[in-house]
Design a protein. Structure first.
Length: 130
């Protein structure tokens, strides 16, 4: 058996892809409720039911038009925020349905909500993990 060098550790998330039922409604949700900015996209992707958003840390969120209805899942994208309570108030004021975390993690402030397609999103301040 050949000896293979151990690669360097993974560095960070580049992007997360979320399947959505209604791309137009989902783009509006991610722009107006989660306040994300559109990211530049290569030619031809918009016509394929894909949209990219830029996240503040340099990573991206990619939306893809779902081909079949998804079942509810706990799989999710987690986004870091400075103040979970401020986001809680912001989201409630916009009619978002918030979900209580099912597990308490250290002293981490966090909340969950679903986008218009039922994808789970976690907002957290990971300071309590340090």
């Amino acid at each position: 058996m050949n000896s293979v060098a151990i690669p360097n550790p993974l560095k960070s998330i580049h992007h997360t892809t979320v399947e959505v039922d209604d791309l137009t409604a989902s783009k509006q949700f991610y722009r107006e409720v989660l306040l994300l900015d559109d990211a530049p996209m290569p030619d031809g992707l918009k016509e394929k039911g894909i949209h990219w958003f830029q996240l503040p840390g340099g990573q991206m969120l990619h939306l893809i038009q779902r081909q079949a209805k998804a079942t509810e899942t706990r799989a999710h994208v987690a986004l870091v925020v400075d103040n979970v309570l401020e986001w809680h108030h912001w989201l409630e004021a916009r009619g978002a349905t918030l979900e209580t975390p099912k597990v308490k993690l250290y002293k981490v402030e966090r909340l969950f909500l679903r986008d218009p397609s039922g994808n789970l999103i976690e907002l957290l301040n990971p300071a309590g993990l340090l």
